[in-house]
Design a protein around this ligand. Structure first.
Ligand code: SF4
Length: 383
């Protein structure tokens, strides 16, 4: 990027920040009394972008931006992580997953430790790679760990259809997928954090469209803007939220998101999976907020194929990932942050995943100290 383009981009960000300060002042006359606006982002990629670009430094004092349950690996409940480990221990099973799950601690161990102890655990870049691996290893049971939201679930469903079409019987999926509207309702119903609006997830909304968020504005009087992932996208989305006269669901990320979403992707997902209850770290079981296999594809369900005991669930002492994921605690206020818990030696999932709030804050706090801030893209993950 040329320096003139850099400086134009910086000017644009400054103008957006100034407009945001004006809009927040106009929308929050009680800010002087400490009653500002609180917005929450619920997408791990947004969490990383906000930290990477240092956007909190540009926000007006009367506005708070908190992170919510947007990192798919982080919101996976400990018992479900224990199930993954229990499956990895089966001698006939090859566990296949994306890389960000490998080091996440379960109650007693992690997939990385299981692999070091002899378990067959492999990392892939797409669910289709897992189907290909199953075809290459007919003597093994290949289990893909399905974690992620509406962005990932259609590709996993497509891999199941591919395995069915190719007659690959040694492929199955441990389906831990979740869907995004459920936690928004749970957060709003709990009222624990008073929210003015949501920065809604860009990638998820490419698939879902806007309809699934309508209740946020209609029932709870809270606004939402579907945002892109550049610094200007996020600031512009915050500006749109601050300027809303009436709570509404709007799209800032118009270059990728359409109100109707992607019906073809949803059809693939809904053909293979049906809604089911899901256990969210920090939020507990939310009815209908997950995906499970319907009967037609039940033969690909790893939970039906293998009977495993996840054992007793043990949460790491002192870890406050649940509070962080509800926006009730800033990561730096966890007593373990940066001392016992670092990306090199993580205690909780939020410090391991590349999209975790604790990892984002730790990583870019260190860069702040060094006065360096990279502009490259973040890693591909589960969302
Ligand atoms: Fe958990 Fe570590 Fe985050 Fe604390 S800093 S909430 S221990 S991940």
């Amino acid at each position: 990027m040329s320096s003139s383009v850099d400086s134009r981009a910086a000017d644009h960000l400054r103008r957006l920040a100034a407009a945001l300060a004006d809009a927040v002042a106009a929308a929050s006359p009680a800010a002087d009394a400490g009653e500002g606006l609180t917005f929450m982002e619920v997408c791990g990629t947004h969490t990383m972008a906000i930290s990477r670009y240092g956007l909190r430094d540009l926000l007006p004092a009367a506005m708070r931006l908190v992170s919510g349950p947007g990192c798919p690996v982080c919101v996976t409940a400990m018992r479900d992580l224990d199930l993954v480990v229990a499956m990895a221990r089966l001698p006939e099973v090859t566990i296949v997953t994306f890389g960000d799950l490998i080091r996440v601690p379960s109650s007693r161990t992690s997939l990385a430790e299981e692999r070091a102890a002899g378990a067959d655990v492999r990392v892939v870049y797409s669910p289709a790679d897992a189907v290909a691996l199953a075809a290459e290893l007919p003597g093994r049971q290949v289990v893909f760990v399905g974690i992620g939201f509406e962005t990932t679930a259609p590709t996993v469903a497509a891999s199941v259809l591919e395995a069915q079409a190719r007659g690959i019987a040694n492929f199955s999926v441990l389906c831990l997928h979740k869907t995004m509207p459920g936690p928004l309702r749970a957060l709003l119903e709990s009222g624990e954090t008073h929210l003015t609006g949501f920065i809604l997830p860009g990638h998820v909304s490419v698939v879902t469209g806007t309809g699934c968020y309508k209740f946020v504005a209609d029932e709870f009087g809270v606004g939402g803007v579907i945002a892109g992932f550049e610094a200007a996208d996020v600031l512009e989305s915050l500006l749109m939220l601050a300027r809303q006269q009436q709570p509404a669901i709007e799209i800032q990320y118009r270059r990728a998101v359409h109100p109707e979403g992607n019906p073809v992707a949803r059809q693939v997902m809904e053909r293979v999976f049906e809604p089911g209850d899901a256990d969210w770290r920090g939020l507990g079981v939310i009815p209908g907020s997950g995906l499970r296999f319907g009967d037609e594809f039940g033969v690909f369900d790893a939970l039906r194929r293998f009977a495993v005991d996840p054992g007793e669930t043990l949460e790491p002492q002192g870890c406050r990932c649940g509070d962080v994921l509800r926006g009730a605690l800033d990561p730096a206020d966890c007593g373990l942050f940066g001392t016992r818990c670092t990306p090199e030696s993580p205690v909780g999932a939020c410090m391991v995943s590349s999209e975790g709030s604790c990892a984002a804050q730790y990583r870019y706090r260190a860069l702040d100290d060094a006065d360096v801030r990279p502009s490259g893209p973040s890693e591909a993950t589960h969302d």
